[in-house]
Design a protein around this ligand. Structure first.
Ligand SMILES: NC(=O)c1ccc[n+]([C@@H]2O[C@H](COP(=O)([O-])OP(=O)(O)OC[C@H]3O[C@@H](n4cnc5c(N)ncnc54)[C@H](O)[C@@H]3O)[C@@H](O)[C@H]2O)c1
Length: 272
């Protein structure tokens, strides 16, 4: 008996990065997975690699019709849906005073509203196949403040709040809802960022598989008494070790704009 036997998961943003790692871990642990993403090429290629327990569907988390299609597809391919991993996310390097309306709307629309739409769309199916689990991907940016990521931080705190409300409402229907809070993880989201780890007790970035271990636990019935909670996989970042250095050289995610300096912690001195 494997840990996720009988579990059917939908993982958003599963074509690459942590979502791909979660999908792989779900299959390795005996579950079935539907990967939803906007990157069809990568998503299709991943499911070919994962084999018969994996499917891909185009799912833009901002679009209600895509959500309905993805849930129907999971049920028709695998007979049920009992795990939803709201993982899709984007990051924009823009602080409170320079974040544009478009940047704000994009980040909130995908990271927060996308998860809300997903929960709303999936609830009936999850309740039918309970016990079920919703795993909302927040961040250490949903546990503390940063400089330079206004919309991202707000969206990740929002995910945490949404999780608590959903957990309270959905417990009677057999659905647990938790948030996970990765620290800095080696994925494309961090490409081009120079990151210091002096505020991280373990002084390193995490591997996606270290977060997937948490996802497998929360997806499985091993976590049957956990709901409405926060689970960090962050090398101790949220423990409060003060950082002294800054994060610089940000460029790759905003090729259209000049590099800007962004600080990881609130107690460090900006430097030119
Ligand atoms: N990498 C980190 O250090 C880190 C830390 C904490 C939290 N997170 C969070 O973890 C999650 C995964 O991050 P990652 O590092 O793997 O990112 P990534 O950039 O490697 O992958 C993100 C995936 O989301 C997909 N996506 C983007 N917009 C979408 C949309 N509208 N609908 C569906 N899919 C969409 C992308 O195509 C991509 O496959 C995100 O929510 C992110 O905010 C990342």
């Amino acid at each position: 008996m494997k840990r996720l036997d009988g579990k059917v998961a939908l993982v958003t943003g599963g074509a690459q990065g942590m979502g791909a790692s979660h999908a792989r871990a779900i299959v390795q642990n005996g579950g079935c997975v539907v990967i939803g993403d906007v990157d069809d090429k990568r998503g299709m290629s991943l499911v070919e690699d994962l084999g018969n327990h994996a499917r891909y569907i185009h799912l833009d988390v901002r679009i209600n019709a895509d959500w309905a299609g993805a849930i129907e597809y999971a049920e028709s391919e695998f007979g049920r849906l009992n795990v939803l991993v709201n993982n899709a996310g984007v990051l924009k390097d823009a602080g409170v005073t320079d974040c544009t309306d478009a940047e704000w709307d994009l980040v909130m629309g995908i990271n927060l509203t996308g998860a809300f739409r997903g929960i709303r769309a999936a609830v009936s199916s999850l309740a039918r196949s309970a016990p079920s689990s919703i795993i909302n991907v927040s961040s250490t940016a949903g546990l503390k403040g940063f400089s330079g990521f206004a919309a991202y931080g707000a969206s990740k705190w929002g995910i945490r709040g949404l999780t608590k409300n959903a957990a309270i409402e959905l417990a009677p229907r057999g659905i647990r809802v938790n948030s996970i809070h990765p620290g800095t993880i080696k994925t494309q989201m961090n490409d081009g960022h120079e990151i210091s780890f002096d505020h991280v007790p373990q002084a390193r970035a995490g591997d996606p598989s270290e977060v997937s271990n948490l996802v497998v636990f929360l997806a499985s019935d091993e976590s049957s008494f956990s709901t409405g909670s926060e689970f960090a996989a962050d090398g101790g970042e949220a423990a409060g070790l003060p950082g002294t250095t800054r994060r610089t050289g940000i460029s790759s995610l905003r090729e259209d704009k000049p590099s800007r300096k962004v600080w990881l912690t609130s107690n460090c001195e900006p430097q030119e």
